[in-house]
Design a protein around this ligand. Structure first.
Ligand code: SF4
Length: 372
């Protein structure tokens, strides 16, 4: 039985604008990853006598942790007409939790729940970009009291620490306010400061002494650091089938930078950055700061469980720099950075990293090796 509790629910404002594009979606989430199944759904599929139940049982046959799409290709429940066979046969309630809820996301801290949208969904990424002109850069939350059904994730019970996390979040948002960040140098400085403060706070909480950090450029990353990241299994040939758009974006990187020496590559990167910041139709430092901020907002409360202040900053810095790189590559290839183009970049990049700890972990490791 599911427990229900009364709590404060904070919802990012563009959340309510979401509704799935279904068959019309240009980057359908029924392709390209493994869809984990919750126990209730597995039990439901086992009991279901109709052909769709049999199909679901065959699809999860032999998987250690029940999941659809073990080869990261089309979901086996997707019909050739582009519709989900489970939903067609038995309605939305029959879907596994992952499919029913995605791309809605939440952090449940008990005394409040915070709801955001996951930008690995291209439509959510579009709504996020379109909200840039809204008050507070579209990153404001509305607050209400309501019932929340799901149990709180994690088991930390330290109200004082949670209070400190809430304060820290306000401090971070303040330091990231657009008027404080006129250019790339200022953004770099703020990110480094947040990382350094985060490391100190983490050391205090965990009673550690990890020593200082090397002052490397955290925005934009150097071509050497980006190249190290691109040389991990972030890129692999299999992307051609599992995530063709990301595959093409990675190939653009290799075509542009592989033939160059480090010095030539750094020069080319700088030229592209100058074009990006000078162009009247290109996004600017405000958009990049906003993306970094949204990445931080979404993961901030995970620190309640692992005390990894620094890791949250590193993650957001990696996401910011990788998305920026792919935007520069689009510019290099002569494509305009329209909302559509940028939403596609964000969605397929996030699809590869936000739900894949191995891939994200290996990117963070490259960064860590340079500055911690
Ligand atoms: S990616 Fe988003 S809009 Fe597209 S099918 Fe999935 S949930 Fe719907």
């Amino acid at each position: 039985m599911i427990a229900v509790m009364k709590t404060t629910i904070r919802t990012i404002l563009f959340y309510d604008r979401f509704s799935c594009l279904g068959k019309k979606c240009p980057l359908n989430c029924c392709h390209g990853w493994r869809i984990p199944l919750d126990d209730d759904s597995v039990r439901r599929f086992r009991r279901e006598k109709s052909p769709v139940g049999l199909r679901a049982r065959i699809a999860i046959l032999g998987t250690r942790q029940p999941a659809f799409g073990r080869w990261h290709l089309n979901c086996p429940m997707l019909d050739p007409d582009g519709y989900c066979s489970l939903q067609k046969a038995r309605g939305e309630k029959f879907l596994p939790d992952t499919c029913r809820i995605y791309p809605r996301d939440w952090a449940n801290l008990g005394i409040f729940v915070e709801r955001t949208l996951d930008l690995s969904c291209i439509h959510a990424a579009t709504l996020y970009l379109q909200a840039a002109g809204d008050p507070e850069g579209g990153l404001a939350f509305r607050e209400e009291t309501g019932l929340w059904e799901l149990p709180r994730a994690g088991d930390n019970d330290d109200p004082e620490f949670l209070q400190r996390l809430m304060e820290r979040r306000e401090e971070m948002l303040m330091s990231l306010s657009p008027e404080r960040i006129p250019d790339a140098d200022a953004l770099d400085e703020v990110i480094f400061q947040l990382a350094d403060d985060g490391r100190r706070e983490q050391d205090r909480c965990l009673k550690l002494s990890t020593g200082g950090m090397k002052r490397i450029r955290l925005f934009p990353f150097s071509i050497m650091l980006l190249n190290e990241m691109m040389s991990t299994f972030f890129y692999e040939d299999g992307l051609k089938w599992t995530e063709p758009r990301l595959y093409r974006m990675c190939r653009e990187y290799y075509r542009a930078f592989d033939p160059l020496t480090e010095i030539e590559g750094q020069r080319k990167l700088k030229e592209l950055q100058e074009r990006y910041f000078a162009g009247p139709d290109t996004p600017g430092i405000r958009d990049l700061t906003r993306y970094f901020t949204y990445c931080l907002i979404r993961r901030h409360y995970e620190t309640y469980e692992d005390y990894s202040f620094l890791r949250r900053i590193e993650e957001a810095a990696v996401h910011l720099n990788m998305v920026f790189l792919f935007e520069l590559l689009a510019l290099n290839a002569g494509r305009k950075l329209t909302v559509e183009e940028r939403a596609g970049i964000i969605a397929c990049y996030e699809k590869r990293t936000w739900h894949n700890e191995d891939v994200l972990g290996v990117l963070i490791k490259q960064l860590n090796g340079r500055f911690v």
